[in-house]
Design a protein around this ligand. Structure first.
Ligand SMILES: [Zn+2]
Length: 297
């Protein structure tokens, strides 16, 4: 069995066949956690999870790129266009209410996320840049408080902002009186940054991005340096499709035509097994155990 710890079957790309995709996923012994990126997709993730007795869960939160910054550029992808038109501010009460709907006995909301910092699309002037970063940090801190109040782990998104995120977490971990648990989803960072997050006790999530080459990032080394009991696997579908056949080019533009889904999680597990020099079964077993532990599944 495998657990896709970060999927977006709650996104518009899946609106016509989400039930079929989940049926196929569960039928192949894969559990899935759908992650919200704003209120609407968070609510959708909860709705989907509640339809299933077991094996489908939700993470709710406000992704930094959905804050009202007006900076996310339109890509030729439906979801991105949707992002552009519906940005929001973090509404603590609204998200709390959504979480409470599904906590307790139902236990479908398993974490707060994806939250964090994203400095990819940044404003050009210094003053605007400062405001932009401040807004993201404020939303992040509010959501860390919500996680604390609800006693939930956190799913972090961080893009080109590790320095600031580490600073916030170092400060936060020193000043709060509870143990913040969470995962650095789709980790793209240096060996040094990885070490810091591991030291703080976080899990590290790997997805199809490990098949790409990114300047300054050594995915193979990062996987080698992450202890087995801290690895989670994910697809981040519909994005980041791994090379699903020998003929498929790894080129971003070409692979973008194949919609990623939880069924392709095995390619990520296979790659990690190869790098760790362990069997696929061992990686499947340990990452499943880790996911169950972190998210109390
Ligand atoms: Zn995601």
């Amino acid at each position: 069995m495998l657990i896709d710890t970060h999927a977006h079957l709650n996104f518009a790309t899946f609106k016509n066949d989400v039930d079929e995709v989940i049926k196929k996923t569960l039928g192949n012994s894969i559990w899935v956690i759908n992650v919200g990126t704003k209120y609407e997709t968070s609510k959708k993730a909860v709705e989907i999870a509640e339809k299933y007795e077991r094996g489908v869960y939700a993470i709710i939160g406000l992704h930094p790129i959905h804050l009202e910054t007006g900076l996310v550029k339109i890509k030729n992808d439906q979801e991105e266009i949707e992002l552009k038109t519906k940005e929001e501010d973090f509404d603590y009460g609204k998200y709390k209410e959504l979480a409470l709907q599904s906590l307790g006995e139902k236990g479908k909301v398993v974490a707060i996320g994806e939250i964090g910092l994203d400095y990819y699309w940044k404003p050009k002037t210094k003053r605007k840049l400062e405001l932009f970063k401040e807004r993201q940090k404020t939303a992040l801190l509010k959501q860390l408080n919500l996680a604390k109040e609800l006693n939930l782990p956190v799913c972090f998104h961080c893009r080109m902002a590790h320095k600031d995120l580490l600073e916030i977490l170092n400060y936060k971990l020193k000043t709060i009186n509870y143990e913040l648990k969470g995962v650095m989803h789709g980790f793209v960072g240096t060996a040094e940054q990885l070490k810091e997050y591991l030291k703080m006790g976080f899990y590290i999530g790997f997805n199809g991005i490990i098949f790409k080459s990114i300047k300054g990032i050594n995915f193979e080394e990062n996987i080698k340096s992450t202890p087995l009991d801290r690895i989670l696997i994910e697809t981040d579908c519909p994005y980041l499709t791994p090379p699903v056949s020998v003929n498929q080019c790894l080129d971003q533009h070409k692979s973008a035509f194949i919609r990623n889904e939880p069924m392709y999680l095995k390619y990520v597990a296979e790659k990690i097994a190869e790098i760790k020099n362990l069997s696929f079964e061992k990686i499947a077993e340990i990452t499943t155990k880790n996911a169950k532990k972190l998210f109390t599944l």
